[in-house]
Design a protein around this ligand. Sequence first.
Ligand code: 1GP
Length: 240
Amino acid sequence: MDIYKKILQESGRKKLALLIDPDKCNRKSIKKRLEIANNCKVDFIFVGGSLLNYDLMDKCIVAIKSLTKIPIIIFPGNGMHISPKADAILFLSLISGRNADLLIGNHVHSAPIIKKFNLEAIPTGYMIMESGHITTAQYVSNSIPLPRSKPDVAVSTAIAGEMLGLKAIYIDAGSGAENPVPSEIITAVKKNINIPLIIGGGIRTPEAAKTATAAGADIIVIGNAAEENPELLTLIKNSI
Ligand code: 1GP
């Protein structure tokens, strides 16, 4: 399965990714969410978290696979988060930060394993956005988030990512963010790049999801809100 092709397919149709945290993943806890995801045709399942370990990632993917055929994409918190059981992995480079390990260091360790597993790697420029309280992603990445009031900084960063050959840009306000990525930033970035734009973090309502897609997001990612209220997935899917 060529997952990147699926991301590019029907480029005008906004897509929804459900994020499942392997630290909170057992068959029982994800069953309802995945039933709803199947019914409302969620496009992708992202699996990832900032603090998990390999073993949990593998088990979680097996559990998800027993409940859905939706493509599973690893959204790694570090270079050890790899599983041969997934369909693809976002090969993230934290281009909003200046932490060399997250720009290239972890990649050197994980690339041979990803290759050995024959796992599709999607080179993705990952940009963490200032969003209120410090998020786990900000803390763990030891990086300064992009300022929310400076669209130019986000735009320049995204353009540089595309010029470096990255195949997607993911702007993340962080899991459970107080405030999602501002729509002005989404619009400004989208206008300046020709690769898919993924937006996540702190999107909790169909209105917020619609705001993000109307501003230019190609894929939106929903994690916490669907954990709390799985029915929200259908409402969000219908609104974007
Ligand atoms: C976090 O973008 C994801 O990295 C999703 O965030 O859990 O806040 O939806 P939420």
